[in-house]
Design a protein around this ligand. Structure first.
Ligand SMILES: [Zn+2]
Length: 389
């Protein structure tokens, strides 16, 4: 987690001494565990930063807006909506006007979608039926009904090409917000142009590919960006990050990412990567209160309690205890990944899937392999196995 801000726990010093973190006595128990290090060619290449973009892919949570679909009837719909928008925006507050404009856009998209569906007998039953539309948070749902047949289609609304900010009379943007926005968007423009110049067609290729080999589960800390520290391109790593890279069995966000990565993207490797000097881990060793995050960090406190004797044998107040807890947290989180029905079912289907445990060192940018690589249910307690259907 990041150390920015006044209240969140400060990150521990990144000046962790290699001599203290390299091979403390407690870690020998990790190396002697049945979870042995595997010199996997892919991982060696990954750790050396030697993977190229060849065969890479991209995944975006923003779905295609369907703008390339059949545009039959689009013009008349646009004209009708423009007329409605002119009336509805006229005497409303800026916020209400913006909401109306957004609703218009959603309805236009849904209307266009129903037209497209009607034109495609393979995807809809609306040709002779009625269409009902309504919006949801972050997206929209179209329910088309004919007799008892019912079909739901979801589409994330991301196309705002007709959203006229001026006519909607939105509140003015502050100079600071404008400067910040301009700066980042300018940097984005420069970056995109540089990439395209160096590798013509990069984004066009990336847009069509969706098969990253890696799911990365790491800390939200801004100093540990997954792609950069293993020198991989956009599209090569599917990423989930949270404070202190905790994996719990009730985190629907993480489980959704994990399931998608395994069952749809077919990733081959899942890497749980913690980092020395993690503020979340450091906070777990204190009695301070930080707010909601205290409940999240309790997962790490539990590890401290379970392995209390190991911690008591280490000096207090230094980085030794934090480093040990960081590593134990990575190992437990990696094991928790293995325990999920998602991974167990994938293994039962015979899929090749490896779960790894790594730790990144802020002080030198190097990743330490904790010697954890689980490639099948054999190294996981029987109680977590699933029976084949
Ligand atoms: Zn962290």
């Amino acid at each position: 987690m990041s150390s920015s801000g006044s209240n969140p726990p400060a990150e521990a010093s990144s000046k962790t001494s290699p001599s203290k973190t390299a091979v403390p006595p407690q870690r020998s128990t990790i190396a002697e565990s049945p979870l042995q290090t595997h010199g996997h060619p892919f991982l060696r290449k990954l750790q050396s930063g030697g993977l190229s973009a060849t065969g890479s892919s991209a995944f975006s949570t923003t779905a295609d807006n369907g703008s390339s679909n059949n545009n039959s009837g689009r013009k008349s719909v646009d004209e009708a909506i423009a007329a409605v928008a002119a009336e509805s925006v006229g005497d409303k507050s800026p916020t209400a006007a913006a909401a109306s404009a957004a609703e218009i856009m959603i309805n236009r998209r849904l209307h266009q979608q129903s037209l497209d569906n009607a034109a495609d007998p393979g995807t809809s039953s609306t040709a002779q039926g009625s269409a009902h539309v309504h919006s949801h948070d972050g997206g929209c749902c179209s329910t088309a009904t004919t007799g008892e047949a019912q079909k739901h289609t979801y589409e994330y609304v991301s196309d705002h090409e007709s959203f006229d900010l001026e006519s909607a009379k939105l509140p003015p943007i502050s100079a600071e917000a404008r400067r910040f926005t301009d700066q980042l968007l300018g940097q984005n423009k420069t970056w995109a142009a540089k990439v395209e110049m160096e590798r013509p067609g990069f984004f066009a290729r990336l847009e069509k590919q969706q098969s990253p080999q890696v799911l990365w589960i790491g800390c939200s800390d801004s100093r540990v960006p997954a792609n950069q520290i293993v020198n991989m391109d956009p599209g090569e790593i599917f990423v989930h990050r949270n404070i202190a890279n905790v994996v719990t069995h009730t985190d629907m966000n993480l489980l959704s990412v994990l399931e998608y990565a395994v069952t749809v993207l077919k990733v081959r490797h899942i890497i749980v990567c913690g980092h020395y000097g993690c503020g979340g881990v450091a906070a777990s060793l204190t009695q301070k209160q930080y707010g909601v995050i205290d409940n999240w960090l309790r997962n790490i406190k539990d590890l401290y309690t379970i392995h209390r004797k190991k911690f008591d044998a280490l000096p207090h107040g230094g980085t030794e205890q934090q480093d040990l807890l960081t590593e134990l947290n990575v190992i437990q989180s990696a094991l928790n990944v293995c325990h999920t029905s998602i991974i167990q079912k994938a293994w039962s289907r015979g899929e090749e899937l490896s779960i790894h445990g790594w730790c990144y060192r802020l002080s030198d940018g190097r990743i330490r392999n904790l010697g954890l690589c689980i490639e099948g249910p054999g190294n996981v307690e029987d109680v977590y196995h699933v029976q084949k259907p």
